[in-house]
Design a protein around this ligand. Structure first.
Ligand code: AGP
Length: 582
């Protein structure tokens, strides 16, 4: 994770870099820092917590033209100022900000740096010292050091007495933008305002040197290379306005609009007319791979493809897939689902199957992301920028988009039904009366069957990540195979029930819960013959649309629970929006 931002130019760059870091906070917000060149010497300012804390420490009169900055999500070493970036080499001649992980940092330390004094517990400080140790000019030193390093990195480096910023990249994203006033580098394109003229995407093993006049690119042998700037087709640099108190609430409320936009993009603009669906129909299997919430939407995507297309589908968690003994087959279409398109484990799996000659499709929400660059087919989701760490509208957009994909692939005529749904669907307001009672429960299980089971997994994840409640999503039928032992009067079981054919099965499971004194919150559109403590009635739409409808009150529930505990749902502890390290 972590975000890096560097600026060099005629005007004060500290303000630009701070602005950039604020936009990168979604990548981590444990601590932050900047380093700059002042009278040709390196200086730095660091702070623990959000960028606003760093901002407070920067004197108003401080204006500098060569600045590198960083916002951290801790990997090596606890959250403290010493571990915040930038990190300097022992002799203070090199400063580095880094996104990624140097896997062999311990052995590098022993082998090359045993006489150095270290001030932090980070892998990055090792990197800074390793660069310093190399021979030659600063670019050559950086190139040499990257050859010794194992792992992933996007790095911006400053050196004493040198008015350049040096950039290096492997497996972590890094972008460069230039105009007449100078240049900027960042982990994310959206950091650049549209005041820049040319944009460049740094590829793995490429290096860049930027200064106030130009940018030059080099290969791993230090040979100058020519790179073409990329044309950012309709890239939206606009920042999201906070129209509600929290982004999460705003994003929950935007879901009907996201559904309408998705409908419009896929039908009115006839998205698939540009595709050769016959190629995709030829695949015998579909293997979905993703992490977290995206994994949950992939579970539904697989159910849709299997149900409508009668094709064999498999779903894997990316971090498991990459180290498993998967049989990789060219008869299979590999589908990678990711809001950000930058999730390290998901990207690693995509590269793995691509290198074996297989075709891949990506379902992503962010244009110009790493996954899209690898993809043979891109199925975009139209959720718009999602800022809150907890994914809500992106999840719903993924589920809806994969449903449309599956129906289209199966040649089903469904447009009118879906149109009616997107036109009539509205966000229900949650009955706040019983919420106070719900917030007393600290032990909560979410249960469901089939698609409702996926909803139970996603609902539990939401509650864990923002309200810090120890809860689980379980397939209803699995309760009696172990978890039932945990049910007592202090347990809340949230049952999701939208599948008519499974209504009686759900009721039997709930009777088992009641018999053990457990309390029940039923989330359903069906007429159930069982008395429960709490009930959320949801609207009825076609069976395949119900996962979109049933998750919303559970997102709202998690949000309200977090608020009731005084937590900021937008920035949950220990997490980051984009997980760019494994
Ligand atoms: C969602 O609420 C989580 N923050 C998290 O599980 C997320 O879905 C996961 O990290 C995958 O991210 P991606 O969709 O950007 O790949």
């Amino acid at each position: 994770m972590c975000g890096i931002c560097a600026g060099i130019g005629k005007n004060d760059q500290i303000a630009y870099v701070i602005l950039g870091l604020k936009k990168l906070e979604y990548r981590g917000y444990d601590s932050s820092g900047i380093a700059f060149l002042r009278n040709k010497k390196l200086e730095f300012i660091k702070s623990v917590g959000q960028i606003k804390n760093l901002e407070k420490k920067i004197p108003n009169e401080l204006k500098e033209n060569i600045v590198i900055g960083h916002t951290r999500w801790a990997t090596h070493g606890k959250v403290c100022e010493e571990n915040a970036h930038p990190h300097l080499s022992e002799n203070k001649k090199i400063a580095v900000v880094h996104n990624g992980i140097i896997e062999n940092y311990e052995s590098l330390k022993t082998e090359f740096l045993s006489d150095k004094k270290f001030y932090s517990q980070t892998d990055t400080e090792v990197f800074a010292n390793l660069i310093e140790l190399q021979k030659g000019k600063n670019l050559a030193k950086l190139i040499q050091a990257t050859k010794l390093v194992k792992g992933s990195f996007a790095v911006a480096m400053l050196a004493e007495n040198d008015e350049n910023i040096y950039l290096a990249k492997k497996a972590s994203p890094l972008y460069v933008a230039i105009n007449n006033d100078g240049a900027m580098a960042s982990s994310d394109i959206s950091v650049f305002a549209n005041k820049f003229d040319d944009f460049y995407i740094l590829e793995d093993d490429e290096f860049a040197v930027i200064n106030s006049k130009n940018v030059c690119f080099y290969d791993k042998n230090g040979k100058k290379i020519k790179k073409n700037s990329v044309f950012l087709n309709n890239f939206d640099f606009k920042e999201e306005n906070l129209t509600e108190k929290y982004f999460m609430l705003k994003e929950i409320k935007e879901q009907p609009m996201v559904l309408r936009k998705t409908y419009f993009k896929y039908f009115a603009e006839d998205f698939f007319s540009k595709w050769d669906l016959e190629i995709i129909k030829k695949f015998k299997q579909f293997h979905f791979v993703a992490c977290g919430t995206a994994y949950h939407s992939a579970l539904l995507g697989a159910q849709y493809v299997q149900t409508f297309c009668k094709k064999e589908c498999k779903v894997s968690i990316a971090s498991e897939f990459r180290y498993g003994n998967e049989i990789i087959s060219k008869n299979c279409l590999y589908i990678f689902v990711s809001q950000s398109g930058e999730t390290a484990d998901t990207i690693a799996c995509a590269s793995l199957v691509k290198n074996k000659g297989c075709k891949i499709m990506c379902v992503t929400n962010v244009p110009y992301c790493t996954l899209n660059k690898l993809a043979d087919f891109v199925l975009p989701t139209f959720a718009g920028k999602e800022i809150a760490v907890a994914s809500t509208k992106a999840y719903v957009a993924q589920v809806f988009t994969m449903l449309i994909f599956a129906l289209k692939l199966a040649d089903k005529n469904f447009q009118e039904q879906i149109k009616q749904f997107v036109l009539s669907y509205e966000i229900p307001s949650l009955d706040k009366k019983f919420l106070k009672e719900i917030f007393k429960f600290k032990k909560i299980f979410f249960i469901g069957r089939q698609k409702d089971y996926v909803t139970s997994l996603e609902a539990a994840l939401k509650l864990k990540e923002i309200a810090y409640i120890n809860c689980l999503g379980i397939a209803s039928g699995e309760l009696k195979h172990g978890t039932l032992a945990l049910i007592d009067e202090d347990t809340l079981v949230v049952a999701i029930s939208t599948e008519k054919s499974l209504k009686d099965k759900v009721e039997s499971n709930l009777q088992e819960v009641k018999a053990r004194g457990g309390k029940i919150l039923l989330v359903s559109n069906l007429q159930h013959d069982i008395e429960v403590e709490f009930l959320i009635n949801i609207a009825t739409f076609s069976d395949y649309l119900m996962p979109i409808v049933s998750i919303v009150p559970l997102q709202q529930l998690a949000f309200e629970y977090a608020i009731s505990q005084g937590y900021n749902p937008d920035k949950p502890r220990n997490l980051a929006k984009s997980v760019t390290v494994e």
